[in-house]
Design a protein around this ligand. Structure first.
Ligand SMILES: [Zn+2]
Ligand SMILES: [Zn+2]
Length: 264
């Protein structure tokens, strides 16, 4: 079965020199489908353009919390229109709260998140939520806004088991990157806690390279390493872990099936 990298930014400059090779390398590792996520309006458009250039590449449109304060009036509406008009945009993201990289502009982060969640709901698309150093604040936000169920995924999950429980109770999926290969990552303990039908894998390329390569550019081929680590932590076979994460990602994002002649 093929693997899906559900979270990348392969449309950004870091891949301009060798994008074809990066996609080929992923395919050689069995990574047949890749989601690339926008972080603002321009980036969401660029991500979408990649879906036309490569089979198996799909995109998401969103405004990242670190870019929230730079969003212009009309950007949220433009992203809504983009997502409404393009079937290869499978999700709204990334969106969320980040109080690690962005220690100002809190109000802009909350406001953009609120508006993007409304867009996702109106379009019936799943959301991809980024949260860094903001678990308590995000949970507080959901409670204040009376958001008790949500279709989507907590990406690059960095919380503990209690945080995972909170999001699982809302109906969210939990996605892990190669952060689970790092020593002392609290996410490691959450890996075996997430139910079989809610666990998802990603790389967040070009970021979050696996342990031992942390200064290198990450790429979608490495999602295989993430799934292998998950299998080890959950004590299941790699094939089983691939099957679980692929089926979960297909269902959440409604990935179109791979055309039969593409199955290796
Ligand atoms: Zn993120
Ligand atoms: Zn990301």
């Amino acid at each position: 079965m093929s693997i899906i990298d559900t979270h990348t930014h392969i449309h950004i400059d870091a891949f301009d020199n060798d994008r074809d090779a990066v996609v080929e390398h992923a395919r050689a590792q069995g990574v047949e489908r890749i989601l690339t996520l926008g972080t603002d309006l321009a980036s969401s458009k660029k991500a979408l353009s990649l879906t036309e250039a490569y089979d198996g590449v799909y995109s998401a449109a969103g405004i990242h919390p670190c870019d929230a304060h730079e969003a212009k009036p009309g950007d949220v509406d433009a992203i809504r229109d983009l997502a409404a008009e393009n079937v290869r945009i499978l999700a709204i993201g990334e969106i969320g709260l980040d109080f690690y990289w962005e220690t100002r502009h809190f109000e802009a982060q909350y406001q953009v998140l609120r508006e993007m969640l409304a867009v996702a709901k109106a379009l019936d698309l799943p959301v991809v939520i980024h949260t860094r150093n903001a678990q308590r604040e995000l949970q507080w936000f959901f409670q204040e806004e009376n958001i008790t169920d949500l279709k989507g995924v907590m990406h690059c999950f960095e919380g503990d088991r209690d945080d995972a429980r909170f999001y699982l109770d809302m109906g969210l999926h939990i996605s892990f990157t190669a952060n689970i290969t790092y020593k002392n990552s609290p996410a490691v303990r959450a890996v075996s806690y997430v139910p079989v039908d809610r666990i998802i894998a990603e790389t967040d390329s070009p970021y979050i390279a696996p342990a031992g390569e942390r200064n290198k550019r990450n790429e979608p081929a490495n999602v295989r390493l993430v799934v292998e680590k998950m299998a080890e932590l959950r004590q299941v076979s790699v094939d089983e872990m691939i099957a679980l994460t692929t089926v979960n990602a297909e269902r959440l994002f409604r990935f179109p099936p791979i055309s039969p002649n593409k199955i290796p």
